[in-house]
Design a protein around this ligand. Structure first.
Ligand SMILES: Cc1cc2nc3c(=O)[nH]c(=O)nc-3n(C[C@H](O)[C@H](O)[C@H](O)COP(=O)(O)OP(=O)(O)OC[C@H]3O[C@@H](n4cnc5c(N)ncnc54)[C@H](O)[C@@H]3O)c2cc1C
Length: 295
């Protein structure tokens, strides 16, 4: 395939600037904290809804929110902020426009004899409705979703990287087909149990999938004989991406586990052609066609 060199920089919406700094956060109320993975499942991922009522907080799809866990660090300073992708569209959750959702994984890992609990994720996973949470932001201007329905959205998610794409899907829901972008989402998890927002426990994505919002799942631990990561699924079914590249007006968003971008880039290199890939990638980065948020 010829390198795409004639793309115009795509117009982006002006994302709201940081309205609340981590040093002067605003307090909001927890509305809901629901487990998205089964109780007996090893990974714990939760859907946490906060109420922004009474604040000036506003955001666009693709931005993140800062959360400051209570207490101080070992130097006696307030705990540092952690970022969480906003999982709601700019108009808020369907039941209430001031409600905003986060998708948070509890970070727990073993190191030798010790078990380490991530500070902020464990704090958030344990909050209860009515609790107050200090938030900052919004953060991030590059990952914002465009409003032009002619722009195809090529989305790649692994783990909680699905959060901003729930917001993208919800943003377009209910609009007539001609006012919606084509979305193709390649979505990787370990098993169906942690394929959050796209399984029996919560099917927010599945409910919004149709011929313009297509989801390709990849499960790495469901079947030991068929380990599939997000880049494997992309390699198997590159058709929708190839068509979008031919149409020439597209944005690429990669979100989730650090390192996932490498395998995805390998597939793009093969589609575009190894000889022109470096030049194309450079151009896509400069024009913010290639956007990644991995952590
Ligand atoms: C733009 C962006 C968006 C994000 N979106 C999401 C999201 O939607 N959902 C989500 O769940 N997460 C998201 N994250 C990750 C999130 O910000 C936090 O990094 C994550 O929740 C872990 O924070 P924590 O406070 O629980 O863990 P921390 O206490 O910060 O620990 C995290 C890591 O620090 C290291 N570490 C710290 N202390 C020790 C120690 N004593 N011994 C060994 N290792 C240690 C470990 O490597 C550990 O994995 C996002 C990050 C970014 C940058």
């Amino acid at each position: 395939m010829e390198p795409v060199t004639n793309l115009n920089p795509l117009e982006r919406l002006e994302a709201p600037p940081m309205l609340y700094k981590p040093s002067s956060p605003v307090e909001v109320t927890v509305i809901e904290n629901t487990r998205l993975t089964p109780e007996n499942y090893s990974e714990e991922i939760r859907h946490i809804v906060l109420d922004l009522k009474g604040t000036d907080y506003r955001y666009l799809e693709g931005q993140s929110m800062g959360v400051i866990a209570p207490g101080e660090d070992e130097r006696g300073k307030p705990n540092r902020v952690r970022l969480y992708s906003i999982a709601s569209p700019a108009m808020g959750e369907p039941e209430n426009p001031s409600h905003v959702a986060l998708c948070v994984k509890r970070v727990v890992f073993e190191e030798g004899q010790d078990t380490f609990y991530g500070l902020c994720s464990n704090y958030l996973c344990d909050v209860k409705p009515g609790d107050k949470v200090k938030i900052s932001g919004p953060n991030g201007k590059r990952f914002v979703m465009p409003r032009d329905p002619e722009v195809d959205l090529l989305l790649f998610a692994a783990g909680t990287g699905i959060a901003p794409f729930r917001a993208f899907f919800m943003r377009l829901s209910g609009l007539p087909a001609e006012e919606r972008s084509n979305i193709v989402l390649y979505y990787g998890s370990r098993r169906m149990e942690d394929h959050v927002y796209y399984n029996d426990l919560n099917n927010d994505l599945g409910n919004l999938a149709d011929s313009k919002n297509v989801i390709h799942s990849a499960l790495s631990r469901q079947d030991p004989k068929k380990k599939m990561h997000v880049q494997d699924r992309f390699r198997l079914e590159p058709g929708p991406v190839e068509e979008a590249l031919k149409r020439g007006k597209f944005l690429i968003y990669i979100c989730g586990i650090k390192g996932m971008e490498k395998g995805i880039e390998d597939v793009f290199r093969d589609i575009v052609g190894p000889d022109s890939w470096d030049q194309t990638k450079q151009e896509w980065k400069e024009k913010t066609i290639w956007n990644q948020e991995v952590y």
